[in-house]
Design a protein around this ligand. Structure first.
Ligand SMILES: C[S@@+](CC[C@H](N)C(=O)[O-])C[C@H]1O[C@@H](n2cnc3c(N)ncnc32)[C@H](O)[C@@H]1O
Length: 276
């Protein structure tokens, strides 16, 4: 198998992958976006890069913080993510600039940014050190790099453990390997890559939030359809196989679910900061 990293989110016939991502990831990502931006120390007028922006949760929040004299650019590999990001970007100061690019080849001059924030993106870069070296190149001396990545092991989160079981039971070995790889980025690996890239004053810490899901089964099914591993179940086995996978997730999470279908589950991310 090729490198198991990456986030190969494909649209299906109705082109809803990134829309699903926006809708079903918002609840999960919200407190972590706030934590990452707090750590990034943005200021009015700052030039900020949202690296691996997805549908733009960080970019939108950063734009509000840097204000009318600031500048936010948001980069992602997937055109579909950027399309939804641009559609959902508020017409506010400053306009957010969305660009399709790979993290290891950024179309910006040296020293362009005061801060880079990469929320749940580093674990997908095929060559993490190369991507972070490129991040260091476009950060001004003294500028800040902040990243989050779900803390391994996968079974630390009942939610991810249930999703992984669904992908293992119903998906392809490739999807399982990719999903497992996405949940294996350790603080040490991040620290090593940031050091190799030339950053200094590197810190890592764990941040845990309990997320309240009003209807966990609905969320889990929608969220599974919004990530590459869940979509690959449908690609390989059709809608019936996907329904079975969603049911596996629901059963695995049943011990954590209240009779009314709600649940509150812990999620832990590694939050890394560094200075160029
Ligand atoms: C889990 S999503 C996170 C998106 C967003 N940062 C958020 O907080 O919701 C991972 C994102 O990383 C992007 N990505 C993966 N590999 C990339 C690369 N080499 N260069 C740029 N973006 C990449 C994917 O396209 C995807 O949008």
């Amino acid at each position: 198998m090729a490198d198991p990293k990456g986030f190969p989110l494909k649209d299906n016939a109705t082109h809803t992958a990134a829309e699903h991502y926006e809708r079903y990831s918002a609840l999960l990502m919200a407190p972590f976006v706030t934590a990452a931006l707090d750590a990034a120390d943005l200021f009015p007028g700052a030039h900020v890069l949202d690296l691996a922006c997805g549908t733009g949760f960080v970019a939108r929040a950063a734009a509000a913080q840097v204000g009318p004299t600031g500048h936010v650019v948001a980069v992602d590999l997937l055109e579909g993510m950027l399309r939804i990001a641009a559609r959902n970007a508020p017409r506010m100061y400053p306009d957010i600039e969305f660009t399709q690019a790979s993290a290891d080849k950024l179309p910006y001059p040296d020293d362009s940014f005061d801060a880079i924030v990469c929320q749940q993106g580093v674990q997908y870069f095929p060559d993490l050190a190369a991507a972070l070296t490129e991040a260091a190149r476009v950060t001004r001396p003294g500028g800040r790099f902040t990243a989050t990545a779900w803390t391994p092991p996968a079974d630390r989160s009942p939610y991810f453990a249930a999703q992984l079981k669904a992908v293992t039971d119903h998906g392809t070995p490739e999807a399982e390997a990719r999903f497992a790889a996405s949940l294996s980025c350790t603080a040490d690996r991040l620290t090593d890559a940031l050091t190799t890239a030339g950053f200094h004053d590197i810190t890592t810490r764990e941040v845990t939030f309990a997320i309240a899901f009003p209807d966990l089964a609905d969320f889990a099914s929608g969220h599974l359809a919004a990530d590459p591993w869940g979509r690959s179940i449908e690609e390989a086995g059709g809608p019936a196989r996907f329904t079975e996978a969603a049911e596996t997730t629901r059963e695995a999470l049943a011990p954590h679910t209240s009779p009314d279908g709600s649940a509150t589950l812990p999620f832990t991310t590694t939050l890394a900061t560094a200075t160029r």
